[in-house]
Write a protein that binds this ligand. Structure first.
Ligand code: COA
Length: 160
């Protein structure tokens, strides 16, 4: 992901489009770049770009889950693909790039919280080697409605 105007604006607008779909997150409003940048580790951000137009099709990034040193190898990721580019392997390619990057850096667990209704995200994560750890029942409200989320994780088989 480049820290330039074109990538920043595409990433935030794909983020907002995903939030508007209602299945991606408890959040309803994408952050501004300053907050996005502060929340996500710079070393593990990727965009997928169209080979012809160079347009950004989707992005992936990770945030630390804890400030405790023992959990330095555990991060939570977000993956968002623009609506027009979904279902053609972009999310899969982003997850593959992310897994390679975090594994090379010694990060051993990726986790994500996914609404049970988000079937495309569940399919993407299962295909990338994630398992459902459990259901967090009525964990928070979106638009005033209590929602469950599934906690998913992928423990790297390569890091002992
Ligand atoms: C979830 C999301 C990132 C998936 O990205 P994508 O580019 O559409 O996914 P891909 O085309 O790479 O598909 C990856 C796998 O999931 C499967 N899949 C994708 N969408 C699916 C759907 N709607 N139903 C069933 N399977 C689906 C694909 O078949 C593929 O599996 P395979 O490798 O076994 O064939 C995308 O739908 C999105 O951005 N949604 C809105 C934001 C969001 O919900 N983000 C996740 C927050 S947890």
């Amino acid at each position: 992901m480049k820290d330039d105007e074109a990538d920043i604006s595409a990433v935030l607008s794909i983020y907002q489009e995903g939030l508007d779909g209602g299945l991606a997150s408890f959040e309803t409003q994408a952050p501004d770049w300053e907050r996005f940048d502060a929340a996500h580790l710079p070393a593990h951000r990727f965009v997928a770009v169209d080979v012809v137009s160079d347009a950004v099709l989707g992005w992936v990034a990770v945030a630390p889950i804890s400030a405790r040193a023992v959990y330095a190898g555990v991060v939570e990721h977000s993956v968002y693909v623009g609506a027009a580019a979904r279902g053609r392997g972009v999310g899969k390619a982003l997850m593959a790039a992310l897994i390679e990057s975090v594994t090379a850096a010694g990060i051993w667990t990726l986790q994500a919280a996914v609404f049970p209704e988000n079937t495309s995200s569940l399919a993407l994560h299962r295909a990338a080697g994630f398992r459902v750890v459990g259901v967090r029942e009525r964990i928070a409200r979106r638009d005033g409605v209590w929602r469950d989320v599934l906690l998913l994780e992928r423990r790297s088989p390569e890091i002992d």
